[in-house]
Design a protein around this ligand. Structure first.
Ligand code: PLP
Length: 346
């Protein structure tokens, strides 16, 4: 099934074979990869398939190692999915709107038509709308739950309907799943070989700088991604650090709890401000807030050295700011600045 979706050139190509693909295991003398014999351990190429890191992720996320792909951030599997499945100028993808900007950027880079399907007024999906806008050349449907920049999780039954009716790849980007009470769609990968679930160490895990994104999918999809990725896409510094981070999942749980508590505080304080018109429900570590005049409020905050995301030009997000939940001190600064703004512009 997955094979039928693949681009012809990807189906037919031979992947790069590196020295460490040919010989696996432990040896005492490595003279096979033209490495410098000095400066261990950085002189050696890292494990191209990152098995140790995957074992750690497997334990934490309850996904078998063979169903895991690791990328240089989620950005890498997003781009690789286009390159594997979408024939430039012929195929298309369907995505919810508004959502994370990278799906559209990667479509443009790969010269693939990007079809937008508007979310409902509650920022939720209707499966039939997504299916209706797909045709025989639609290779990927992009979903994001909890969604960015709206913050809400999508209706799980509707996602399942998409999986039941659409034969192409269905991506569920779960970058914010650790902040949500919803169950990961990774539990469905055995049932739907066309499902790809994306997660990342960049948000709840507090490690945006090391660039580690995860894709959970059927062995067929994982093999395709492995076939076309750069051979050593995850460097040794990232692999080593990721193992430490994953061994300390309790830290992440603590951070998530602190952020969720602070999110409640932030929302309560925002509610008291006259300039705040609406606070959208959130299942993530940010809130989308409709304000009186987002552009002016945004610039006011910038002048005070406080940067939020101005989403006012995004579809369905007129006059909206997206505010990340920070520390209690950061919340206090933000609220004080917004109060000043309110008293100047009333
Ligand atoms: C932040 C974010 C990511 C993370 O991307 P990385 O490349 O892993 O840092 C992925 N998807 C969404 C929707 C995001 O908001």
């Amino acid at each position: 099934m997955i094979n039928e979706l693949l681009r012809e050139n990807i189906k037919n190509m031979q992947p790069y074979s590196c020295a460490r693909d040919e010989f696996k295991g432990e040896a005492s003398v490595y003279l096979d990869a033209n490495e410098n014999p000095y400066n261990g351990p950085y002189n050696r190429y890292p494990d191209p398939l990152q098995w140790k890191v995957k074992e750690a992720i497997s334990k934490v996320k309850n996904v078998p190692v063979e169903n895991i792909f690791l990328g240089n951030g989620s950005d890498e599997p997003i781009d690789l999915l286009y390159r594997a499945f979408c024939e430039p100028r012929r195929d298309n993808v369907v995505a919810i709107e508004p959502t994370y900007g990278m799906y559209k950027v990667c479509a443009a880079v790969n010269d693939v038509e990007y079809r937008k399907v508007l979310l409902s007024e509650y920022f939720d999906i209707e499966a039939f709308k997504l299916i209706d806008s797909a045709n025989l050349n639609t290779k990927i449907i992009w979903l994001c739950s909890p969604n960015n920049p709206t913050g809400n999780k999508l209706n799980a039954d509707e996602i399942l309907k998409v999986l039941q009716w659409f034969r192409g790849i269905v991506v569920v980007d779960e970058a914010y799943i650790d902040f949500s009470d919803s169950q990961s769609f990774s539990t469905y990968i055995a049932q739907y070989p066309n499902l790809v679930v994306l997660q990342t160490l960049s948000k709840a895990w507090g490690n945006a700088a090391i660039r580690l994104g995860m894709a959970f999918a059927s062995v067929e999809v994982i093999e395709v991604l492995n076939k076309i990725k750069y051979p050593y896409n995850i460097n040794i510094l990232t692999q080593e650090h990721a193992k430490k981070v994953l061994a300390n999942a309790a830290q992440t749980t603590q951070w998530v709890q602190a952020i969720l508590n602070e999110r409640t505080q932030l929302i309560d304080k925002l509610k008291e401000l006259a300039l705040v018109k609406h606070i959208y429900p959130t299942d993530a570590n940010f809130v989308l807030v409709k304000v009186d005049n987002a552009n002016i409020a945004y610039n006011w905050l910038v002048n005070k050295g406080i940067i939020v995301r101005n989403r006012s030009s995004v579809t369905l997000c007129g006059d909206c700011l997206r505010i990340t939940v920070g520390t209690p001190a950061e919340t206090a600064e933000l609220i004080a600045a917004l109060k000043d703004f309110g008293s100047v512009f009333k």
